[in-house]
Structure formats: C-alpha cells, structure tokens
Design a protein around this ligand. Sequence first.
Ligand code: SF4
Ligand code: SF4
Length: 293
Amino acid sequence: MQIAIASGKGGTGKTTLAVNLAVLLSEKFSGTGQKVLLADLDVEEPNSGLFLKGDLIEEQVNYRMVPDWKEDKCTLCKRCANVCEFNALAFLGISVMIFPELCHSCYACSDLCPEDALPMEKRRMGVTRRYRLNESLEFMESRIDIGVEQATPLIEQTRKYIKENYDDQWMVLLDSPPGTSCPVMEAVKDADLVLLITEPTPFGFHDLKLAMDTMGELGKKYAVVINKYGIGNDEVLHYCEQKQIPVIGKLPHLTEAAVLYSKGKNMVDTLPAIRNEIEKIYSGILKLTEDRA
Ligand code: SF4
Ligand code: SF4
C-alpha cells in the first residue's frame, strides 16, 4: 500500500507527519513481517533524512536521456524542427539548438532524424540513496543535482523504482513535494490515499483548497490532517465537514514538538499527545483503504 503525504505549500508539517507515522508503524510492525518504507520525493529539499539515521544500503546516480546535436552529421533537413511538442529543440537555419531543461526524453527527434545527428545521451539528474534503520524500517531519498531544473523526471524514476522493488509486504509512505504543480502530481501517481496536511489558518485553508482541487483532478482519494491544531480557527474543519472530506488527525500545537523538530528528533516516542493522533491517523488510513482493490 502507498500513502502519499502532500500539502498545498511548504512548511505545514509534511515531514513531521511522514517521519512520525513511519516510526510508529515500524514499531507496530516489528516482528510481524510487515515493513515500512519512507521515501522522500521532495527531491529539491529532501529533509526526512534529518530525522531518520540508518545504514546506507544503496546509492544510485540517476540519469535521463537528452538528444545531443551532431553538427558534422546534420544536413539541416529541418525534419526535427516540428516534432518536439515541448519546445526543447529549435531549428535556427544554420544549426539545431537543444534546451535540455525542456526536454521530456521522448526520443521523437532522435528517432526521426535520417542522419543519426541527434543521438540520445545520458545527463545526470541526481542521486537516490536507501538506508536501513531496523528490520522493519527503510528510508529512501532522491536528491536533485544543483543546477538541474526539472524535478519531475527524477521523481518519476524514483516512483518507478519503488513500484518495481517494494511489494505488498511494505507500507510505503511518500513525502511529496509541496504545492500543486507537476512534481507533486508525479509523486502521488501510485498512491492509494493522499494525506493533505494543513494548518488551521486562512493561508493554510487557501492552500489546502488548491491541493484538494489538484487531487480531485487526478481522481485521487484523499483525507486531511490538521497540524498545529489549536492555533488559528476551525474554518478547515467546518469546510471538510460540509464537503464530507475525512479529517483523520489533528496534531496538537505543542512547544515541545517544535523543540524536538529543531533537534531533528521524532515525536511519537516522547509526546503521547502526538503518538495518540498518529495512531488515529493510521486507523483512518486503514479505514479509508480497506476497500482497496
Ligand atoms: S532531423 Fe537530423 S539532419 Fe535533419 S535538421 Fe534535424 S538534426 Fe539535422
Ligand atoms: S527527445 Fe522529445 S522532448 Fe526531447 S528534444 Fe527531442 S522531441 Fe523534444
């Protein structure tokens, strides 16, 4: 089962929820054969690893394929000019120019070139690392290289890796990028349920609604978790009640939680009020996914 944790904007507690849920579940699953993988897909700023220290078990460099124009072979026939749907290739009359950051590695230009003047070549995107914390908990993070602008291809590769390598024995938690654009859509693609985390403030409510719209467009089942419950107002709760959107947890606003976060420590082992809510969130997940095909 895959559960994605997402939010309409950064800084609402995605990582707090992902890490604490992962730790609690790994304790629960210990000795049962069930396991937890927490995968940080916020590739531009993966920070779940600040809270989960383990042994590195695999490191893999990620590449994507981009055409490389070979001037000596090109006859300037212009065939490649119109095929790129992403404006990643421009025919300039006396040359062909590639914009790697816009390229979607579709191979169309390369396959169509009659002179083999656009061979696809590897471009480095980033690194994926896997860590084992104990017999029931693994952590994975993908980190984009500085200067690489497109996060989506790296998320796509990591998502595919998870799909191919983690079976039903694993509860996979995906710490998604914040926002509502392509990277988050890519990150939640395989999720059985998306947890949208928000804060009970007007800004939080605004961003939550955007995230809900995105999940609606994707046809994803989702539930809401409120972080820092106790500050702000009950607008989020009332809205969810009205729209019959499940709110499966309310993480209380505690000074101790902020202190633990700043020290890179989890909360489920020391703050009973947080543990209690994370337990409720897990029950909510099970309830909402029990009819999973
Ligand atoms: S299709 Fe090939 S040969 Fe023709 S202009 Fe493009 S790169 Fe050059
Ligand atoms: S591989 Fe596809 S996206 Fe990339 S430049 Fe060629 S046609 Fe455009």
